[in-house]
Design a binder for this molecule. Structure first.
Ligand code: SF4
Length: 726
């Protein structure tokens, strides 16, 4: 029988609606959902190729597998046995070494319901905040900057603003590749009104930069200098908005004092661009009826990512380019549900519904809502991604559960991660595919349902919550991620001692003291999980008390906030100039330019940049299964400027070794005119599944932003030499 199921694409944060066609238990086709407000029926090549990635079950993890010793191979196991074993091993470590000796590393690919159960398992049951996600590698600098400047996480803008903006400043985003369907909306707006200005800030001449009215090819990592220089010019020219600054912000005088020294000529010199271009960008931005900034990993994946975000938001606040149609800072989410993960608090630094671990009142609210008793949630900050794997390598974390992500590919300096997983006492990998770079380290492999086989919700870049629905049954014995976490949680709950379960002996929380406390995991369906999640948001900035599966079913995907009684969600935030800070005023931050963590030098003279290609997604565990997606770029290559290659006697197609202080890999060379001198570029996608070595993260650096803890995946110093082949 043929069926058509309404769902959401599983790749990027645009969150396109799809109609999945299936027959006899197989996905046979896909169309863009004409009624979905993110894409109105459009899909990009990746989305359109989703059925090709689901042909057959080859390569899927089909059965639970367990190995009892490191020396033995994993053997197939029954689900109850595998779940019992995971619960027993985690319980042993927790009782022996304490709750912070275990950790959970999850993913922005998970659905909100999956994320919720994992977060409650770690923080509510185990009482550790050691739960982090690959979203740490993606958006955490944007999150930190929103909270510091506007008072709360989440962009203030919506997709409609993309069509209403008159000046668009792209910073560290190659939108035609990373967010293609949204970029089509921009292209159409510009085709209708060619006076719209596009300013692109990117060291590379990307496809987007080639279309720009002004391309600012800044030296890597100099974004703060650029934004401060632009602000200096705006202040000097009187093109800021003093009335907006006075009415709605704090901290402008400190920022003004700082940027007094950041003259446009100095800034242009640091950035390596013409001063006239910097002045032009400042004038277009400040004079625009509506200026929108679209930014992504080029700002976030930096050891100064938070400062880069803050310096850009300063421009919006100083000119009043926020809280009105077509204007505002708009971080474009990389993964399909990095936003949903933040909403449930599924990170080492957060609690549910944008609450903070370090805030006693926030902890008390979650304790009351979860019924775990006063003072029971841990106030100790959890370890963010890079620190988490270091703690595993140091033996401080003994057991780690990795779900729906491939850190042996995606983390910086991946040899550090391999070392950690070799050291760990116990590694659980929950995965849809049987051969990722991380799976070989698993003591237990738990087979997970994948896209098209599971249900729940995701939140896209404009805060819009959409349903994801199963169109077919999962293959073999694969199960939904929330179900797996819930089953282990129930077993672990039964095993942990009453003191561990109920916290200190004085506290009885909701429990009756008989040992028969109600389970923290009463969920029978993903809808039960969503319903509990939304109760935790009531009264918060992201209140979705008025949203339900039924509401989305009837009225379509909705943006938060969507409080009880609302007729629809909110397209924009801060339209009344009232921000989410304690005093309602946005905060300027005086940010200084600081160089990259590892500048190029005589031994490692090239600056390595990394990024996405148009038709691949992350580590290619899915897109690598569709041959058509290799048409755009058939293999990994290292791009280098033509004269840099010639000076070293290298040419197109030569195999070269890319070496940093941490590791090396061999790639074919591809010459280009689109990079500045002394800079090379490699795509992030190819992993050890496709190369003899791991991917480009063999060479990247684990330096992190001090506030957001996001690593500098975008820049490292490397040397390039002809590969010595056997
Ligand atoms: Fe999927 Fe993103 Fe392409 Fe939309 S733009 S179809 S969400 S990959």
């Amino acid at each position: 029988m043929k069926t058509v199921t309404r769902s959401t694409c599983c790749y990027c944060g645009v969150g396109c609606g799809v109609l999945i066609e299936a027959e006899d238990g197989r996905v046979t086709g896909i169309e863009g959902d004409p009624d979905h407000p993110s894409n109105f029926g459009r899909l990009c090549t990746k989305g359109r190729s989703l059925p090709l990635t689901m042909a057959g079950h080859a390569g899927r993890a089909l059965h639970p597998e367990v190995r009892l010793t490191r020396e033995s191979a994993r053997e197939p196991a029954e689900w109850p046995d595998a779940l019992d074993y995971v619960a027993a091993r985690f319980a042993d470590v927790i009782e022996r070494d304490g709750p912070d000796a275990v950790a959970f590393y999850i993913s922005g690919q998970l659905l909100t319901e999956d994320y919720y159960v994992f977060n409650k398992l770690a923080k509510g049951l185990v009482r550790t905040n050691n739960i982090d996600t690959n979203s740490r590698l993606c958006m955490s600098s944007a999150v930190t900057a929103y909270k510091k400047s506007l008072g709360a996480d989440g962009p203030p803008t919506c997709y409609e603003d993309i069509e209403l903006a008159h000046t668009v400043l792209f910073a560290g985003s190659n939108m035609p590749y990373a967010h293609p369907v949204l970029f089509r909306r921009l292209e159409e707006a510009k085709a209708k009104d060619p006076s719209i200005k596009w300013i692109v800030v990117d060291p590379r001449r990307t496809d987007l930069a080639a279309l720009a009215d002004l391309h600012l090819a800044i030296a890597p990592g100099t974004d703060v200098a650029l934004f401060n220089g632009m602000l200096h010019h705006m202040i000097w020219e009187g093109s800021i908005d003093p009335a907006y600054i006075a009415a709605h912000t704090n901290g402008f005088d400190d920022l003004k004092a700082l940027v007094r020294g950041d003259t446009p000529s100095m800034a242009a010199e640091i950035c390596g661009i013409a001063e006239t271009d910097l002045l032009q960008a400042a004038e277009w931005f400040a004079a625009s009826p509506a200026a929108l900034s679209l930014y992504c990993m080029g700002l976030n994946q930096s050891s100064h990512g938070t400062d880069k975000n803050l310096a850009l938001i300063n421009l919006h606040l100083a000119t009043g380019q926020i809280g009105k149609p077509g204007a505002g800072p708009f971080s474009l989410t990389g993964q399909p549900n990095a936003m949903g993960g933040r909403e449930v608090g599924g990170m080492a630094t957060m609690l549910a519904a944008h609450r903070d671990i370090g805030n006693a009142e926030d902890r008390a609210q979650v304790e009351a809502l979860w019924g775990v008793g006063a003072g029971e949630l841990s106030a100790r900050p959890g370890l963010p991604a890079v620190d988490m794997f270091d703690a595993v390598a140091e033996g401080k974390i003994k057991a780690i559960w990795i779900a729906c992500t491939n850190p042996v590919h995606s983390m910086p300096d991946i040899e550090r991660v391999r070392r950690a997983l070799r050291t760990a006492e116990f590694v659980v990998v929950q995965e849809a595919f049987e051969q990722t770079d991380t799976v070989p380290y698993a003591d237990v492999l738990l087979p997970a349902s994948s896209w098209g086989e599971k249900s729940g919700t995701v939140t896209n870049s404009e805060r819009r919550i959409s349903r994801v629905r199963a169109a077919v049954e999962p293959p073999g014995e694969a199960r939904p991620d929330w179900w797996i976490a819930n089953e282990v949680a129930r077993r672990l709950e039964a095993r942990l001692s009453p003191r561990q379960r109920h916290g200190n002996e004085q506290s009885d929380g909701n429990h009756d003291g008989s040992g028969n406390a109600p389970s923290l995991f009463p969920f029978a369906s993903e809808q039960d999980v969503f319903d509990e999640h939304r109760t935790l948001t009531v009264g918060r900035d992201l209140d979705i008390g008025g949203l339900s599966y039924e509401r989305i079913e009837n009225d379509g995907p909705q943006q938060w906030p969507f409080p009880s009684g609302a007729a629809k969600g909110s397209a924009r935030r801060y339209t009344d100039g009232l921000f989410a800070t304690v005093d309602g005023r946005a905060r300027f931050h005086a940010t200084r330019y600081l160089p990259v963590a590892e500048p190029a030098d005589a031994r490692y003279p090239f600056r390595l940049l990394t990024g996405r290609l148009r038709d691949q997604w992350h580590g290619m565990s899915r897109t690598g299964r569709a041959g058509v997606l290799f048409n755009h770029a058939p293999e990994a290559a290292l791009s280098i400027r033509r004269e840099d290659a010639a000076r070293r006697g290298l040419k197109d197609g030569d195999l070269v070794t890319v070496a940093s202080r941490r590791g090396r890999l061999v790639l074919p060379l591809e010459t280009t005119e689109d990079l500045p001198p002394g800079t090379v570029f490699a795509p992030m996608h190819w992993s050890g599944q496709f190369l003899d070595s791991g991917g480009i993260n063999e060479a990247t650096i684990g330096a992190v932003d001090p506030d957001s803890k996001q690593p500098e995946l975008k820049h490292a110093a490397v040397r390039i030499e002809a590969a010595k082949l056997p």
